[in-house]
Design a protein around this ligand. Sequence first.
Ligand SMILES: [Ca+2]
Ligand SMILES: [Ca+2]
Ligand SMILES: [Ca+2]
Length: 339
Amino acid sequence: MKTRFGTIIALLVAATLQVAATAQSVSLPYSQNFDNLPVGNGWSMTTTGPGRVVFGTPPSASPISGNNAILMDGTMNGVAYTNTVTLKVDLAGASGCRLSYWAREASDEPDAADGLFISDGNQTVLAYSHTSLTSTWIQIQIDVGQVLATNGMTTGGVIDIIWSQADNYPIPTDGLCVDDVVVLPPPVPDSGQANQVDAALDVNGGLNLNLQPASIGINGPFFASGNVVQIAIDGPTSWPFALLLGPLNRNNAVFPGIGSLDIGMLGAGNYADILLIMDGANPVGFFDYFAYTDATGQANLSFDLTGLPSGVLGTFQALVYQPASPFFKLTAAFEYSLP
Ligand SMILES: [Ca+2]
Ligand SMILES: [Ca+2]
Ligand SMILES: [Ca+2]
């Protein structure tokens, strides 16, 4: 009969054999479902104390490939450990990559080391905390380029994608399971205007064609829907803006330093099909008096459109006035649909 200790040694030996002695990097695109071992280049792992990392059968199968997953836990009851599994990815000049993986925990308690970390070799940052994971598999998607840019990290080189887990019991009391890792090249940016500092618009949390939210620097247009349109402007404090509505047309007119007008079908110079909904700088109607940001630079507007026919209503884009040159900046555009 195989002893528990023997099983542990066998698992540890198996784990060691599955990982290349020196983890060379993988190139994009890359995917791994852990069902055909060994996993090949790029992977390495570390453990402390009774920590354990193996590629084996999780307590429940992942919804994509099932079968083997990364299993991270410990071999003893009540003894603390920390595990990491690292995938080295060569970005080969790319600004980032898109990471997707599926994960579930046992009853793992939250620890600072529980999460997905990204390292450029100089700096390691938490990209996604695992402290809210449950025993249900979920897909986690991370725009690694955004993580690198936000943290001022080096792009284009070899990065480490690090799954980390700390706790003090084996599966199923504690532990992390990871499966179906996919790493894709960075999204090809759309050509529409991105939100800018002091000229940002959000409409109902809309996403672009790459399913990215309208963070500063992420190209639009963005697509949103709902019965109640919720418009959020971020600009200079206590300053006017103009809200426009028209048909979506990327790069209809591009104004250097100001931005790309992504609405209007009649060409640059003819804006007859663009509706000026409100304009705080040139108030002519009741609504125009609301077209000012507050003392924190925000303005939030909400219109209930319940009862209007379903379909595309139009595309919102805002022109935010600036206290100094260039005096105007365009926000990202949001095409809005009624359900
Ligand atoms: Ca699998
Ligand atoms: Ca934990
Ligand atoms: Ca625990």
